[in-house]
Design a protein around this ligand. Structure first.
Ligand SMILES: NC(=O)c1ccc[n+]([C@@H]2O[C@H](COP(=O)([O-])OP(=O)(O)OC[C@H]3O[C@@H](n4cnc5c(N)ncnc54)[C@H](OP(=O)(O)O)[C@@H]3O)[C@@H](O)[C@H]2O)c1
Length: 352
């Protein structure tokens, strides 16, 4: 892929969006950066310019459809028609379901689900006029397998898979040249664990294995360059989770009920009043840029051999099944005997 493109990345001020925007810039693309925080956006624009691309930072709340439309118009006026639109922006609440207030649930859904819907609508409206373009959704293994303490987020990630599948089949029905694909991510070392609203007693953490955001960015750019695939799986843990959920959802329920609270928290206590980004950005003031990386650099890996398996799907299928089988074996060893009977009367009941 050598031609310079117009690319829009939502959630571009930090984490996976920031790393992806920088990589598009390094390929010489013109990148529209959408997020709320000015400090993060300005720093992201500098990253891209330093990497050899052009950047336009537009403070935007993706929960506001009209704001997303206006941002797209601004990008097209400056850089020309949008070739690639990448939906990344998200927020969450780390808490048991019963501790999340209705307005917080609504806000997570409006940002993390409807934000993707707004981006897709806005991109498609423009791409349909030219019958050309690519939309990449940044998904998650948790869009196939929900976990405790993240119900609003998991609901949004499941919903993204659902509406994207619908849109994809409509485009296929029309014989469209527009492509839409999903990149299902593993745990990634990004700022989210330090600024998402949390009611957990200890500091939130991604469930290992943890990958660096550059691994995720490489997958996003690869998907944008090869968008005909329905989805990409990044990391062996993603493959194991998705295949494991297809094969043994009830066993995974028991496993996650047992391990899901402790695996999502470090040993460090955190104030229940820590500042968060649900309603307002945490990277708006001068000097508050968080960058792409979170606080888990010492635990995160910068390579995912399985990413390249995802780019070669047949191999991945074999690897995924093998990984799922290995995961099942580990879980069966950890579970008490009474709950290890996946073929019992409740196994799979109502969970698919
Ligand atoms: N990190 C992981 O372990 C992981 C795993 C699987 C999937 N993912 C997916 O990767 C994506 C990015 O996650 P991340 O970990 O990189 O998150 P992050 O570090 O928290 O970054 C989130 C980005 O979204 C922006 N954002 C938040 N609320 C917004 C709003 N209302 N309007 C516009 N932008 C908003 C943030 O900037 P502002 O606050 O400045 O607006 C920031 O740029 C998400 O879709 C997530 O589901 C992440």
């Amino acid at each position: 892929m050598t031609n310079s493109r117009t690319v829009v990345v939502t959630g571009a001020s930090a984490g996976i969006g920031r790393a992806s925007a920088r990589l598009f810039g390094a390929h010489g693309d013109r990148v529209g950066l959408l997020a709320r925080g000015s400090a993060g956006l300005d720093a992201a624009a500098k990253d891209i310019q330093n990497a050899g691309g052009q950047a336009l930072a537009i403070p935007t709340d993706v929960a506001d459809h009209r704001a997303v439309e206006a941002a797209a118009e601004q990008v097209e006026r400056t850089f020309g028609p949008v070739d690639v639109w990448v939906n990344v922006a998200f927020t969450s609440v780390f808490a048991p379901f019963h501790e999340i207030r209705p307005e917080e649930y609504r806000r997570v859904t409006e940002v993390s689900y409807l934000g993707f819907v707004h981006g897709t609508m806005t991109a498609l409206q423009r791409m349909r006029e030219r019958d050309a373009g690519t939309i990449v959704q940044v998904g998650s293994a948790l869009g196939a397998r929900a976990i405790p303490l993240q119900s609003a987020y998991c609901g949004a990630k499941h919903a993204i898979n659902g509406f994207t599948e619908s849109v994809r089949t409509e485009l296929m029905h029309e014989g469209s040249n527009i492509h839409i694909t999903v990149v299902q991510m593993p745990a990634v070392n990004t700022p989210q664990f330090s600024w998402v609203l949390s009611r957990l007693p200890r500091h939130p953490q991604p469930v290992p294995p943890i990958y660096q955001p550059e691994v995720a960015a490489r997958a996003v750019v690869f998907a944008a360059n090869h968008p005909k695939r329905k989805q990409y799986w990044v990391g062996a843990s993603t493959a194991a989770t998705i295949v494991g959920q297809r094969l043994m959802p009830a066993l995974l329920d028991r496993y996650l009920a047992k391990t899901g609270y402790s695996s999502q928290q470090t040993e460090e206590s955190v104030s229940p009043d820590r500042p968060h980004n649900l309603w307002e950005p945490r990277d708006n003031e001068a000097g508050s840029d968080h960058g792409a990386h979170g606080i888990f650099d010492d635990k995160a890996v910068g390579r995912a051999p399985q990413l390249w398996l995802s780019e070669h799907a047949r191999t991945l299928a074999g690897a995924g099944v093998a990984a799922a089988a290995a995961t099942a074996a580990v879980m069966l060893r950890r579970l008490p005997m009474s709950s290890s009977t996946a073929g019992g009367p409740h196994a799979g009941g109502g969970s698919r």
